[in-house]
Design a protein around this ligand. Sequence first.
Ligand SMILES: Nc1ncnc2c1ncn2[C@@H]1O[C@H](COP(=O)(O)OP(=O)(O)OP(=O)(O)O)[C@@H](O)[C@H]1O
Ligand SMILES: [Mg+2]
Length: 431
Amino acid sequence: MVTPQKNSILVVDDTPNNIRVLFDVLRSVGFNVSVVKSGELALEKLSLIQPDLILLDVMMPGIDGFETCRRLKTDPSSKDIPVIFMTVLSDVESKVKGLQIGAVDYITKPIQVEEVLARVKVHLALRNTQIELKNEVTEHLEAEMRLQQTINELQKTQTQLIQSEKMSALGELVSGVAHEINNPVNFIGGNIIHASEYTKNLLKLIKLYQEYYPNPVPEISEEIQEIELDYLRDDLPKLLHSMEVGVQRLQEIVLSLRIFSRTDDTQMKPVDIHQGIDSTLMILGHRLKANKDRQEISIIKNYGNLPLVECYIGRLNQVFMNILTNAIDGLEQAINSQKIFTPFIIIKTEVIDSNFVIISISDNGLGIPKDIQKKIFEPFFTTKSSGTGTGIGLAISQQIIAEKHHGSLECFSEVGEGSEFRIIIPLQQEQ
Ligand SMILES: Nc1ncnc2c1ncn2[C@@H]1O[C@H](COP(=O)(O)OP(=O)(O)OP(=O)(O)O)[C@@H](O)[C@H]1O
Ligand SMILES: [Mg+2]
């Protein structure tokens, strides 16, 4: 910041008489005066001092006043210093020339002391006001920047709070449900095996009875007809088998729920990313299924051969959840507007540059226009109606990828072709 009250003046002149008069007059009213005798020396001096005003003679040996002025106006450190020309040339042309190359005023030689003082004072006053204004503007800008920073930080914190609340509520719910379901499911699973065995034995016994007693009493014959024994014998094992399959599926679901809601996420651990994606897909299963308005959203998995990846898997699942939910929302919108009829999501993973894993999730939805693409990672930016979207899914996802995993999350999208979200994270975090 420049202080306006310095009021020092540099006189550039090669005529001893002029120098003496100017020096005495300016000193006598309290200015700091320095003197140099040529344009070259003036430019040299300007690299050392910053006068508030320059009185510049036009005719000097070496570079003349015009050239000196031109040069000092191209240097950012001296270009704002007001220059007053001193010239014996009273023709209009050279005055105009001086003003055109950046002088603020001119004085005609021989010098009139009162005129010099009057002009110097006016231009110094102007210069001082200009500096004060500049300082004020800078202060304002700085204050505004600080305010903006604070707002950004507040928004970030708010985003984190909302999402972590959302996720921990979901995580708790999921882990609670998984825990409650786990016991009865295991209990049914264990007993079904015995039930199948017992049923097989009973059916075998009935068969034996029928072989050795082919003509039972009427009451038994009636009962056999009544319960449709032949059909029962055929159907019961099938029915038990499908129950077994069902229970196995339930057990898988419970396992997925447990993986998804993993809350022991205070430390990074090497994990199977595919397991994380699959458990997230499981949780979203109900949204992928066909319903009365549309067909099923197909998931095309293109999983590469991945090693274990060092990460906070709970946090990564949160990112998968956000991106997949957006893709599903987008696909539903595309279906509703009759733009697509076979919705799909492709999930591709691979190792790149031997040290990074790339996880790409793309959909064949409507795509995102370029002007919207610029904003999607901003907190609270949403194109969804209020109540449907809060606009923090991608903001928090980017934070998780960039800050927690030192990776990157980028969007590639063309209108009419769909959107791809690409996550890149290191396989191992640097210590
Ligand atoms: N796959 C996608 N297809 C089309 N638009 C998308 C897609 N993903 C994100 N967007 C756009 O990016 C915006 C921001 O997404 P973000 O997940 O941050 O917020 P949201 O989904 O609107 O709300 P929230 O996730 O907080 O419930 C969305 O409103 C949508 O306009
Ligand atoms: Mg979202």
